[in-house]
Ligand binder design. Sequence first.
Ligand code: NI
Length: 391
Amino acid sequence: MTETALDRARLYQGELSAIRRDIHAHPELGLEEYRTADLVAQKLEEWGIEVHRGVGKTGVVGVLRNGNGQASVGLRADMDALPILEATGLPHASQNPGRMHACGHDGHTTMLLGAAKYLAETRNFNGTVNFIFQPAEEGTGGALEMLKDGLFERFPCNAVYGMHNRPGLPVGKFITGPSTRSAGGAFFDIVITGKGAHGAHPHQSVDPIVVACHLGTALQSIVSRNISAQDTAVLSITRIQSGDAYNVIPQSAVMAGTVRTMKTETMQTIEANMRRLATSLAAGFGAEATVDFRVIFAPMVNDTNEAIAYGDAASELVGEGAVRRDGPPGMGSEDFSFMMEQVPGAHINLGNGDSAALHNHLYDFNDEAIPYGVALYAAITEKKLPKFSPD
Ligand code: NI
């Protein structure tokens, strides 16, 4: 029997699990992935792959060419961790307190490394593969940093492919979809400036806390009153901070949160309404409000043909029954979206089995999923850059 991509990827299990656990034990926040980038570069070099450092600050791109083909693909993974105190108690738990690979980017980085090793050894393709190790996916702008550094001008790609693990989906199963896969996301900060006074003499104040309370309620009207019921949006205020004492009305209050939408226009509608409500409501109370609204993620939209090709590659590995091709879009966000705005591509979720949720302090990437990710990255490359057999 001939060796399948999955068989071969399984041969790397021990080596790759060790790499994954090493990265897990040494998590680094976005744009600080120095050790992780060193490790990635060292492994790529070890396997004879051309390495480019500092693409988007801590980003790394590996380039592997084979044959005389002009076509190229980009395979992308993210490398950053989160500001979470890990509570798994595992032997490979974080050694950096307050830093944790709670989204499985340790696994994603490892799977892309595995694919690089696989393709460097087998070379069953004709063209160029760009291995894109992206920093700072967790809302700190890593994809945009790489694009700003000329990612696709320096490393042209006809198509790009990304993946993310999914807790609750059995290992060996995949979910993708033909168009929108995840929401666009924005972060906002609102600063309300009033006038401080003694807590016993509120008439001498312009109380920013009262303004913040009203504004918190008023902002909830945007999704329910300004967005069509057939459209989708989330607006969450996740922080309100003000005051230091029982008897002091503070000078200011700050509010922060996130907005998620499936369409760029919906995001623009929410921003406009937030600005109007914040400034006019504050003015109504005699206070002032400033709004800083930053779009961090574009909606992530698969190219229909690339999603079919990616789904076909997955199906050839695990069988059509283990691949869902019409998965509904999620409200989470993924900044791979910005790469897919420039180059057609597709994103897929791979099963992480029965693990804790993403961004939970008990989460761990499932090492059993590694061969599936490795094999899929390799399979889509071989599918898109076919090597013609001599006969
Ligand atoms: Ni993630």
